[in-house]
Write a new protein. Structure first.
Length: 116
């Protein structure tokens, strides 16, 4: 977003990346003039991105399983409980959850290897 007034202009920029790259960008930008850093926070792009890559049905089953307590310790829901909520078979729930989990676990492990 750019904000311009009659005496000076300013620019608001969001910078996302590894800490070293962001710090380098801030240092370079400071040489251009006044710089105010408003917020610094952690950002985990793969988390949301991975969920968005799931099909609508995978998202629905995963969220329902979570809300029903399937991932609680101890487990508070079964495939049958989730299936009853979604009006489908328990075997469908199992198949969808296994595919979903495989997708998320694979992506997580690969992301970790890339970060190392």
């Amino acid at each position: 977003m750019t904000v311009v007034d009659s005496e000076r202009s300013s620019l608001r920029v969001t910078v996302i990346g590894p800490d070293e790259d962001v710090q380098e960008h801030v240092t370079e930008t400071r040489s251009l003039g006044e710089l105010t850093v408003e917020t610094v926070m952690s950002y985990y792009p793969s988390t949301t991105h991975r969920f968005d890559e799931l099909t609508d049905r995978q998202q629905e089953v995963l969220v329902t399983a979570y809300e029903q307590g399937y991932y609680d310790i101890p487990r508070n829901a079964t495939y049958e409980d989730i299936a009853a909520e979604l009006d489908c078979s328990a075997s469908s729930v199992g198949q969808i959850l296994r595919r979903t989990e495989a997708t998320l676990v694979t992506a997580t492990v690969l992301d970790r290897r890339l970060d190392s």
